[in-house]
Design a protein around this ligand. Structure first.
Ligand code: COI
Length: 355
């Protein structure tokens, strides 16, 4: 494995109060950087003080969006150990995204080690406080200066970190979600399954519309028939109907969330019936009307488990579980965050210490 050169900052920043964090507003003292050149591969892995980047205004990422990213979190256990949650899954998904966006693949194990080293250096940035964690944002960009539409030959892989609280101001209180029937996020054959900035810029227009009406986020329908449920802006979505947990199957236009995967594994291990399949919006509306829609919730790294208290479908406001968190969402939240924070035994082997 290549050696990671470390240059520590001489100007450590003041840390924000745990109850003022919000999401993604503050950044730690250091970042990890490495460069890729088509003729050399990945070189010069380094941890350096967090600083602005210097890029050509012709850099590929600025014009054609050749970019991918990941989202993961570090936590402190009661024993004071800094831990990561399934980091190898994030690096696996990063390479899946890299393949689709014609970016170079990384050595997954090396990147996990680099992230652990970075977390260990900025460990005092892991916030102590309920519902807080250190959000880790690895990303890769194409930085060649040329305006022809071709994959970059010079790329950068960077990891920055941000102490965060809840993604939604509602915290674990149920959110209101607007079902988007005009715009679409992704189509099969596109890159909806990847974590790339384009998927999120495509969502801004609807997100703004939803927020303007007082709702937290948008629920996307499929891009072809606009009939089947895909995902919410920053999370996957699950429904509980008649005792069975349902979530849209991964068919190329939906992100394969690591929290989604962990919830499915957890549900099945606990004896719940958890099914991945196509789910039409009409099925959800019908279940709400006939009283079998018991719960709805989102799953994601940033959002963790986010109960959905209301779905807005056209003129209809569907209130779910009287606008309260349901037992399945609560169980998943307690179990996942309990494992992440070292409060309950990690029987699945999901948690890794950083040193
Ligand atoms: C995450 O859950 O890590 C995400 O990437 C969502 C983010 C776009 C806020």
């Amino acid at each position: 494995m290549q050696e990671i050169k470390v240059t520590l900052t001489t100007q450590k920043k003041e840390k924000p109060a745990a109850d003022k964090l919000g999401f993604g507003n503050y950044f730690t003292d250091h970042m990890f950087v490495m460069d890729y050149y088509a003729d050399k591969g990945w070189v010069d892995p380094r941890i350096v003080p967090l600083a602005n980047l210097s890029l050509s205004p012709a850099a590929v990422v600025l014009h054609y969006g050749q970019e991918i990213f990941e989202g993961m979190k570090a936590y402190h256990t009661p024993a004071g150990k800094a831990v990561l949650f399934r980091p190898e899954k994030n690096m696996e998904r990063l390479n899946l995204s890299a393949d689709r966006l014609c970016l170079p693949k990384v050595d997954e194990a090396f990147c996990v080690e680099a992230i652990k080293k970075l977390v260990a250096i900025d460990e005092d940035w892991i916030p102590e406080g309920e519902n807080t964690s250190l959000y880790i944002r690895p990303f890769m960009i194409g930085v060649d200066a040329h305006l022809g539409v071709h994959p970059a030959k010079h790329c950068m892989f960077i990891v920055i970190m941000s102490p965060v609280g809840s993604y939604y101001k509602e915290g674990l209180d149920p959110v209101k979600i607007f079902v988007e029937q005009e715009y679409v996020r992704a189509v099969r054959g596109g890159y909806g399954f990847t974590k790339t900035g384009g998927n999120y810029s495509a969502s801004l227009k609807s997100q703004e519309k939803a927020e303007g009406m007082g709702y937290s986020q948008v629920l996307w329908l499929d891009g072809v028939e606009r009939k089947y449920i895909e995902e919410v802006g920053t999370m996957n979505v699950m429904f509980k109907i008649n005792g069975e947990v349902l979530t849209p199957s991964l068919q190329g236009s939906i992100l394969g969330g690591i929290t989604r995967m962990s919830c499915l594994e957890l549900l099945r291990a606990k004896g719940y019936k958890a099914t991945e399949r196509r789910i039409s919006l009409q099925e959800i509306v019908d279940a709400a009307h006939n009283g079998t829609l018991e719960e709805a919730f989102g799953t994601g790294t940033a959002a963790v488990i986010s109960p959905i208290g209301e779905l807005i479908v056209g003129d209809e406001h569907i209130v779910i579980n009287n606008g309260k968190i349901g037992e399945t969402a609560q169980m998943l939240y307690d179990t996942i965050t309990g494992i992440q924070n070292g409060l309950i035994p990690d029987e699945f082997g999901w948690v890794q210490e950083v040193k």
